[in-house]
Ligand binder design. Sequence first.
Ligand code: PHE
Length: 454
Amino acid sequence: MADKNEWGSNLSFILAMIGSAVGLGNIWRYPYVLYSNGGGAFYIPYIVAILLMGIPFLILEYGVGYNYKSSFAKAIRKINSKWEYIGWFLPVAVFMIMIYYSAILGWDGIYMILSLFKGWGADPNTYFTTTLLQSSSSMDGLFNFIPLIAVAMLVGWVIIWVISHRDLESGLGKVSKVLVPLLFVIMVVIVGFSLTLPGASIGLSELFHPDWSLLGNFEIWMAAFGQIVFSLSLGMSIAFTYASYTKDDADLITNTISIALANSLFENFAALGVFSILGYMSLQSGTAVSDLVVQGTGLVFIAYPTVFNVLGQWAYILGPLFFLTVYLAGLTSILSTIEPLSFSIQNKFGFSRSKTMTILIAVGAVISLVYATSFGGELLGFVDTFINQIALLFGVIVECIVFAWIFKAEKLIDFLNSRSKTIKLGKWWLIIVKYVLPIFIAIVWIGGMFDVVA
Ligand code: PHE
């Protein structure tokens, strides 16, 4: 019998981890990052970031999690009892990510329904900002409560509860085994269709057109490292927690490589789809692709509905499929964001998984209602910047120091190598996780802070 917090198989672990990694970052962030940082030339910093940071760091986070087989907070307390608060800071920060993610999931749920009848009307921009979000510049309009959004978010929280309050394998494990492959299949269908649209090649040649001159530019290296941190959910104690749920022998090195590959495959696929559709849009409207490219909520909730409006009958298939993809990608990511805090609380107070999840989800749902006010859209932008520029990178630095230096990454090499059927770790790995990564991330982090302040 599997324990309440134990994967039923290595496949569940890998698919749940891919589910966490593949999210909004892959769909709405990556295509834009690729396009605006040198197109084809971006693959150089991108691959360097995966090899130099993504894979080595993920191996470290897994290795320590697997070694302790306990929650993040408990492991940090064991490493040094004075730092227990760091062990709580990250899981709580990830729980905050969960709450803001729930708002986007809610919006997307609404769009899934709207896409059945193009319910956003002729002007998707006005619909999103004014009708749906009711964003207002005047103070009295600030706290308008928007019931539609509240309901959509609560539906999401109920789905999360249904999956997460059960034992790990019968909830998250099973769901990942169904939803993650499904997500990939739907994505293939969407991209396949998009590639046949007239104008697709216009979008793609814009996307991949390499600007080699940018390679000397520090910013595109920062963008590549930032994307990999976000996209692979690094440094957030998620990978740590997932690895700690593994009881039998696992080949963590090979797992890491599979997960990084699947994540990159998905985001590059998404980029093909997004830019084919933008190319189509450009052909239809006569507007240059460069004027159509956006990321984030603007892409999903404004640019895409605009495209569906001119797409004719196909929009009724492609639209719902697209919003479903975003929903599934978001759902499998959001499910991972509750695990670190939940497991830390279970370990600290001896509560059951089911009780902890129920309490946390209720608390999250209530807090998330601030996003169902007309202030929500603005708050979300702020939290998003904070998370991307500060919290995630901070997590990576802290984990590098605590895991590589204080716990001592050396201790992991033999046991990781003995199970690995692919690459073996050597001194190069220690140099990366002890020196290269913390220094590089610190530079990126400080650069980002200046950006936020400025
Ligand atoms: N990796 C997720 C994505 O690409 C985002 C995420 C970051 C999820 C941190 C959880 C924690 O969308």
